[in-house]
Unconditional design. Sequence first.
Length: 401
Amino acid sequence: MISLEAAQERILAAIEPLPAEEIHVRDALGLYLAAPIHSPVDLPPADNSAVDGYAMRAADVASATTEHPISLRLSGQTQAGSLSAGCVEAGACARIFTGAMLPRGADAVVMQEDVQCAPAQPAEVIISEVVKPLENVRLRGEDIRENALLAGAGEELTAQRLSLLAGAGIAVVQAGRRPMAGLLATGDELCEAGRALPPGMIYESNRIGLSALAREAGAIPKIYPLVADDLVLTKQALQTAFQECDVVVTSGGVSVGEMDWVKQAFAEIGGQLDFWTVAIKPGKPFAFGRRGGKLLFGLPGNPVSALVTFFLLARPALLRLQGARELRPPASWGTLAGPLGYRGERRHFVLVVLDAGGQVKSAGSQASHNLSSMGRANGLVDMPLGARWPAGTRVAVLRWN
Ligand code: AMP
Ligand code: MG
């Protein structure tokens, strides 16, 4: 039995990111950059106005006061998207709109709310306050300089980051390919949801939960038909999944029972088992192996164990395959609403509910076959062996949705 960290390290050591692909930014949400991107342009590309108003020379109005206002001659107009209308001479100003290029000669803009225009003198603008040089001016390159780093390799393409890239004129990026994750469930007792449940059977739930977690980890899940507890059928199912997918995830049949065929079937189709059993609860029986550059995650059958081991061990692997830099799950700090303790012989990942106010509660029974607590839980708390924490303890919650 190995520690969770040792298991994670061994898995990640076995993985190279999949080859990167060129992809348009409009299709790149949630992918990971394969290489850093530098800005091909200055942003903003030119000095421009931050407001609707009048562009002028600050020196012309350096002595303006309410008692002694200064009148400027209106000499032109410039709007966003057009080239600036010539040059603002001394004693003159130009009408300007937000985002429009600053005309030559001008070095400041006064907001239109701060000037007076006499209806009888439409060509004159009256300023009664000092305007500082560069007031309401956005300078070329003040946001981003040409060649500055926009995003690093391994960074996720979020809505915000995609907006930044598009703003710098980047239409196509190199990003890691999404891995195909094949999902198999083994067990003679399993019945597809949506059918009548024969006696002695249970509804199969792991492929659905695991495919959702795989999708959240950026993979493309592929759900395979149920696999009976039979060596030959298990080998056939594994063979097909390994042909079609980058990663194969099985649930059930990985324990020590006579009906647990996954490890043997995997070995018989040429797979190399790397390790088996990890010192965590839920989820001790967990098998990891490799076959021709592809990976097997053999998860325990109990639903909580299956989803927790996937989250802790398969999720980082799927992210690494995509070239992601951050492989840890997002964590939030919260405060225990009640005591949390656990008597067991392994480090425990406790199903919890973290509410919007930062309170953390146990999600209920922590038995690994119970679906109710898992259905409620939005996070996991990593509890060392023998830990007992009183209400009010600050805890890190690994968020799994
Ligand atoms: P196993 O690891 O195959 O011994 O399964 C352990 C427990 O998990 C048994 O009670 C199984 O019935 C249950 N189980 C196994 N696979 C699934 C599944 N895909 N969905 C729901 N329960 C499962
Ligand atoms: Mg089974």
